[in-house]
Design a protein around this ligand. Structure first.
Ligand code: MN
Ligand code: MN
Length: 466
């Protein structure tokens, strides 16, 4: 009796995060599974920002998007895209209102933590050939040893030709590996902190061990590799100097769990949000009121700098073209709103000590909004104004989006940033949102299919804002 007394108040006044699986219909569950299938295909099609741009452009063109050309006349309903040096991509569906009235932007990133090759990477030691690496983004280095790796990227030659390389993804391909010390001789290594047990200079990738036949010269294994590379790709050792080559985990995206409710894959950060933004843009059936923009940025993992990062004027260039002039761009930014779509940490019950359970995203509870990011006193955060958060709450609730609010871990436990601040600095109202991830930045990250689907659904609702 007494526990029922305040039932109405409990229902009306208390905020409670519920598991999304208990909230959605069987039809929506099926839609989430179908969405996960599309997303996993996208993950396997693109492991680097270049591959991701190519796949996104392929998908966009199949949905009626055209490359934006200078001087192109744009009218409501037009679908355009513009790539930046093949490594970043902006897309838009022109809305009914003038672009200067504001846009609805979903901004995500398509670079991932990985092992980039050093400019002069190939060497031979003790009859084995290795490639030296310089890791990209924040990684726990010990996680990247004894993991099957694939080589991805391009080599640009002096004659202007660009050779594409992708080895390790097909079943018949060889893979590559960073070795680790055997446990039998690891007594000293095992006493070191995790941060130094495997160092950056230990991350050398084994790529060969067979010397040339009947060769008495030095570096015979290395030379054999170079002969193979020359015959296969027409490159020499000096061509490594002008290359974007990287080692990524060779794995494909896989269903995770007996119930197949999750996905284990390399690159959920931030493909899970990149694909959500793309899929939501492609799904716009009616011409939106406001121009819908999808930004897929490079270099987020290392500070969003450079010509393909979110701080680049490449975004202004694209938006200026949509506005039809520089003078309207300021007006456009002033009136625009952005969801900065990047993953956040999912609460991990094995490591509860880093999270405040009440203020952390939980796996399967939907897309997570973060009013602010940053670390140690919100440092580096752009923090969304309360009014904008309220608007997004309303849109999501009206649109049937399962969502939650969280921050990345306990205060002073660490933290991270996103591209949100660079959008907000442009005078664009911006809120962080994204998919909760387990094992973020590891060679295999984990997400919930429901959360991925709800991230896409939230973007759809935002793009259709009136
Ligand atoms: Mn990210
Ligand atoms: Mn990241």
């Amino acid at each position: 009796m007494s526990d029922k007394k305040y039932e109405a108040e409990r229902e009306a006044l208390l905020y409670k995060v519920k598991n999304g699986h208990t909230l959605i219909t069987p039809e929506e569950k099926e839609a989430a599974r179908a969405y996960a299938g599309r997303y996993m295909a996208f993950l396997d099609a693109g492991k680097t920002e270049r591959e991701c741009v190519r796949e996104a452009v392929r998908l966009a063109e199949s949905h009626g998007f055209r490359a934006l050309e200078p001087g192109m006349e744009l009218k409501p309903g037009d679908k355009v895209y513009l790539a930046t040096y093949g490594k970043a991509l902006n897309l838009a569906v022109i809305g009914r209102r003038p672009v200067a009235d504001g846009t609805r932007i979903a901004a995500a990133h398509i670079d991932n933590p990985r092992l980039d090759l050093k400019p002069n990477p190939l060497y031979e030691d003790d009859g084995m050939a290795f490639l030296q690496t310089h890791y990209y983004g924040g990684i726990k280095k010990y996680q990247w040893t004894t993991v099957p790796m694939a080589l991805h990227g391009v080599v640009a030659k002096k004659d202007g030709t660009v050779v594409e390389i992708c080895v390790g993804e097909k079943d018949e391909d060889p893979i590559f590996i960073v070795t680790d010390l055997l446990i039998h001789l690891a007594e000293a290594q095992m006493k070191k902190p995790l941060a130094t047990g495997v160092t950056a200079e230990n991350l050398n990738v084994l790529v060969g061990s067979e010397p040339l036949p009947e060769d008495e010269g030095s570096d015979s294994v290395k030379l054999a590799i170079l002969i193979y590379l020359n015959e296969t790709y027409g490159i020499t050792e000096a061509d490594f100097l002008s290359a974007d080559l990287t080692m990524t985990p060779a794995s494909k995206a896989r269903d995770l769990g007996f119930d197949r409710s999750m996905i284990a894959a390399y690159g959920h950060d931030d493909r899970s949000c990149s694909f959500a933004a793309l899929d939501a843009l492609f799904a716009l059936e009616e011409i939106p009121e406001y121009t819908a923009v999808c930004c897929l940025a490079d270099k987020e993992e290392i500070g969003s700098m450079g010509v393909t990062g979110m701080q680049s004027q490449a975004f202004e260039y694209f938006m200026e073209r949509l506005c039809g002039g520089a003078e309207r761009l300021r007006e456009c930014f002033r009136n625009s709103q952005c969801l900065s779509a990047d993953v956040t940490n999912a609460f991990d019950p094995t490591w509860p000590e880093v999270s405040d359970k009440q203020n952390n995203a939980h796996l399967g509870c939907g897309v997570c909004f973060s009013k602010y990011t940053g670390a140690r006193g919100k440092s580096g955060s752009s923090e969304a104004p309360a009014e904008f958060v309220a608007k997004i709450r309303r849109l999501c609730d009206e649109g049937g989006v399962v969502w939650q609010m969280g921050e990345l871990g306990k205060v002073d436990a660490g933290g991270g940033g996103t591209v949100a601040q660079y959008m907000a600095n442009r005078n664009i109202l911006t809120l962080d949102m994204g998919v909760p991830v387990l094992s973020m930045h590891a060679p295999m990250e984990v997400v919930s299919k429901l959360d991925c689907y709800m991230t896409c659904k939230a973007m759809g609702v935002f793009f259709r804002d009136k």
